[in-house]
Design a binder for this molecule. Structure first.
Ligand code: H79
Length: 553
């Protein structure tokens, strides 16, 4: 079986003329429909837990906390590893954690089996640097969570940092302690690959393998991980193996992509405050309402949300996290039909919020409540009702290519309220008016900006700090939002600035201004009808760079 699989893979590799360097591997769906549960589930729990919680984000000055502390403060291996002898999370209760996830409406759970610090939170037979052999607690918490997930009907996955490991010699990431000197191949063969093997053996029915930060390992090194995981055809593998090898799921970290990823499975992982691991002083909590809104936005763009919690060194989940999850759960009880098993919105942009759909039913997720909302399509409505109160009569009608709905005076929920609209037919996906359009930067056509490839990137000449993207629509249209995709990551701290203008009455009128966060921007404004637009871009931090520029109706 395994041999047939490998042979098929090799055939595929030679067919696609795949190079050693960076060609992505097509994801073979070994089990037909193996992604189905994932696409339906929409919402999972991420758990970052390890011996770094002994520090709780405090070591010297309290800046770079969390699971990166050892790296940020260049803590010697001998000192950091001694934290293990204190780690005794007596309040850990796998059944309680999984119940919390289930009651929040989360359908799967992913836990850090080994993070970049190299400490295994399961019983490893490859390295004694693990929770069973090196801590007074002495129990395998990954196995416990796996058991509890199976009992309560949640899917289960483990996170494994395969390249960075600041403890085992030769691995990536640790350059401050000579005790870490060694050979990367030896680390791969003696630690990382055997640990992945033993995890797959201990958890043969695991649903997700979440590798992290493969980066610049070679294609051949990446393939060794890839093949191991692919020998278990049911496993959903993320895209962070490195070496140009892609998996099944695209994994934006701490951001929501402007339009999703063209029908490919994706999952945003996100923290509730600013750290993945427990951090005693980080009070930058997102509210339950913000988190509900993010979940809705993600699902409306066809993705999943893997929402993180960071339990502390006792095994206690911060009360704020519990409260947030409970509130999300209450919302999901009422509105879950508009989340689970739905497809992405047919509308690239809606000024009042978001949409999802299932068959002929359209779910309008209303964030900015008003007495009257409309969608830019003439729907043949059979029935419209609020999920929070189906007994309230909702008047509706058509006007040209619009369908309007009259809402009661008060929103049922302060974050997002859902209007279900049963239609006579499936609503077709509305095109983004700028896709495929010739966009010019300083007079020259730049195809990267309007193709459908979110990865193709245009970068201005080094040193240039200003550019103008000119967009001429085939006809005047009512436009009310600019969206861009940028090539950086959140942690690069790049603030590219945008000013959107329209040519109206013989002058350029400014419509809106704002800064990207390194991954892009969604900038809504009061609708204007015009044919010519201009997006002026400045970048104080780096050469101007863009992947996509879109205008939405
Ligand atoms: O496990 C979480 C992160 O620890 C991990 N991925 C998620 C799921 C991750 N590994 N690397 N990165 C994320 C990107 C690196 C970010 C960094 Fe930093 C910026 C490392 C050093 C500067 C953030 C800020 C961490 C320390 C300071």
């Amino acid at each position: 079986m395994k041999r047939i699989f490998l042979a098929t893979l090799l055939a595929l590799v030679s067919l696609t003329g795949f190079s050693q360097t960076n060609a992505p591997v097509a994801a073979p769906e070994a089990v037909p429909g193996k992604m189905e549960w994932f696409r339906e589930a929409k919402f999972g729990m991420f758990i970052h837990w390890g011996i770094y919680t002994e520090l709780a984000g405090i070591y010297g000055d309290k800046t770079d906390g969390g699971e990166w502390m050892m790296h940020s403060k260049k803590i010697p291996i001998a000192e950091y590893s001694a934290l293990a002898s204190q780690f005794n999370p007596v309040r850990f209760d796998a059944d309680d954690w999984v119940r919390l996830a289930r009651e929040a409406g989360q359908r799967y759970l992913v836990v850090t089996a080994k993070h970049h610090d190299g400490f295994a939170m399961y019983h490893s037979h490859i390295s004694p640097y693990n929770i069973v052999d090196a801590t007074p607690y002495g129990k395998d918490v990954v196995a416990e969570l796996h058991r509890a997930c199976r009992e309560q009907g949640l899917r289960f996955g483990f996170y494994y940092s395969h390249v960075q490991d600041w403890y085992h010699p030769g691995a990536g990431g640790c350059d401050w302690d000579p005790a870490h000197d060694g050979d990367f191949e030896t680390y791969l063969n003696e630690i990382a690959l055997p640990q992945v093997d033993e995890l797959l053996e201990a958890l043969p029915d695991v649903d997700i393998v979440w590798m992290d930060q493969g980066g610049d390992i070679t294609h051949e090194q990446a393939m060794r991980f890839y093949e191991r995981v692919r020998a278990h055809p049911q496993i959903i593998l993320n895209n962070r193996i490195g070496g140009g090898v892609t998996g099944d799921v695209i994994t934006p970290e701490q951001f929501i992509p402007a339009t999703g990823y063209q029908g490919r499975p994706w999952e945003t992982c996100m923290t509730m405050n600013r750290h993945w691991a427990y951090c005693a002083y980080d009070d930058n909590w997102k509210s339950a309402d913000e988190l509900i809104t993010k979940l809705v936005e993600i699902v409306s763009k066809g993705g999943n949300l893997l929402l993180n919690i960071g339990p502390d060194k006792y095994g206690t989940i911060p009360q704020v996290c519990r409260d947030n999850l409970q509130r999300i759960g209450a919302w999901m009880k009422v509105n879950g039909d508009a989340i689970y098993g739905t497809q992405a919105s047919p509308f690239p942009f809606l000024p009042f919020g978001y949409a999802t759909r299932k068959g002929n039913t359209l779910y309008l997720h209303i964030k900015d409540w008003s007495r009257r909302i409309s969608v830019p399509y003439g729907l043949r409505v059979r029935k419209a009702y609020l999920l929070a109160d189906p007994s309230v009569r909702i008047r509706h009608g058509r006007k040209g290519h619009q369908t309007w709905f009259e809402l009661p005076p008060f929103a049922p929920h302060p974050a997002v309220s859902v209007l279900a609209v049963e239609c006579e037919e499936n609503v077709p996906t509305q095109a983004v008016p700028t896709t495929g359009l010739a966009m010019k930067v300083d007079g020259r056509v730049v195809p990267e900006l309007s193709d459908e490839d979110y990865k193709s990137t245009w970068t201005a000449a080094a040193g240039s700090r200003e550019a103008a993207v000119e967009i001429e629509l085939p006809e005047a249209l009512g436009i009310q939002c600019l969206a861009t995709v940028e090539p950086w990551q959140i942690w690069d701290n790049i603030r590219q600035h945008y000013r959107v203008e329209a040519w109206i009455g013989g002058v350029w009128q400014t419509l809106a201004e704002g800064d990207g966060d390194g991954t892009g921007i969604t900038l809504p404004f009061t609708p204007v009808t015009a044919r010519r637009f201009r997006v002026r871009v400045t970048n104080p931090d780096a050469a101007i760079s863009l992947r996509q520029v879109m205008l939405f109706q």
